[in-house]
Design a protein around this ligand. Structure first.
Ligand SMILES: C[S@@+](CC[C@H](N)C(=O)[O-])C[C@H]1O[C@@H](n2cnc3c(N)ncnc32)[C@H](O)[C@@H]1O
Length: 268
């Protein structure tokens, strides 16, 4: 598997490390209020974070009472920074690609992934492995760049001659696959897929859709970050939560329809 490890590119990492989310963590993350709406109570939960980056979520999960957190990431630079900020034996960081990582079956209560899955070419394969590693009743909660955002590739606002943002062009929407963009460096590889694919792949893996979010800035945040105002015009992120069903308990409770009179007694 020849996945790109762009976060270990020194120029990319230098740029990424300067972002407010890298320096200051979840409280300044645009989509964090919406992401929290996907989360169950974390007390005593076993949590897997796919593409854990600098480890902010791993530490937050432990602060909320998670029993243990495993963070997986391909980037040694990201994990070195995560380890430097973590002093907690219940958090383990693994350096591995998400394509190769094979979690044990039914071993996590919660699997999260924040802004990493648009780097993965084979999303269905990953979703099937996530579904298998969830406990019954467990949740998969993740964010990706919104397909409106990734559709065209090197997307940007269409400007008027005076620089005003006229509109956000969306094109090649159903044309799924690789997109190369400039973000700190040239040729950052991401994968575009439709909302339909993001959602139906979860359903095809046997999960039940629990929530969808296309966040915009909360009013209070807009006062502090006026630059977030235009995110209302086209959502930058798509957030999804889906649950592994529990075994059908009705089987334990006997037939839903009463047996006909004279029939042998069942398990009523
Ligand atoms: C935008 S960062 C997000 C980090 C963190 N989840 C957060 O929200 O702050 C994306 C992360 O995904 C990781 N990543 C990208 N492709 C990966 C792959 N194929 N396998 C493992 N990690 C990958 C990157 O190294 C990076 O740390």
């Amino acid at each position: 598997m020849n996945q790109q490890n762009i976060y270990d590119d020194p120029d990319f990492f230098a740029g990424y490390a300067q972002l407010p989310r890298s320096r200051r963590g979840l409280d300044v993350v645009f989509e964090w209020p919406a992401f929290q709406r996907l989360l169950p109570a974390l007390h005593d939960k076993r949590v897997l974070d796919l593409g854990c980056g600098l480890g902010y979520f791993a530490r937050e999960a432990r602060a909320r009472g998670a029993r243990e957190v495993i963070g997986v990431d391909l980037s040694g630079r990201m994990l070195d920074a995560a380890r430097a900020q973590t002093d907690d034996p219940a958090i383990t960081y693994l350096r591995q690609s998400l394509e190769e990582f094979e979690p044990s079956a039914a071993s996590f209560d919660l699997v999260v992934s924040s802004l990493a899955l648009h780097y993965i070419a084979d999303y269905p394969r990953l979703v099937h492995r996530v579904a298998a590693c969830l406990m019954p009743g467990g949740r998969f909660a993740f964010s990706v760049e919104h397909p409106i955002f990734t559709a065209r590739g090197a997307a940007n606002w269409h400007p008027a001659p005076d620089g005003t943002r006229l509109h956000w062009p969306v094109d090649r929407y159903r044309d799924e696959g690789e997109r190369r963009t400039h973000w700190f460096v040239d040729d950052v590889v991401k994968y575009h897929r439709t909302v339909e694919t993001y959602v139906n792949t979860l359903l095809d893996a046997g999960l039940i859709l629990a929530r969808i979010e296309e966040p915009e800035a909360e009013p209070a945040a807009l006062a502090e970050h006026p630059e977030w105002h235009d995110e209302h015009r086209r959502p930058p992120f798509l957030l999804l939560a889906a649950d592994r069903p529990r075994p059908d308990r009705r089987e334990d409770q006997g037939p839903a329809v009463k047996p006909a009179r004279g029939a042998p007694p069942g398990r009523e």
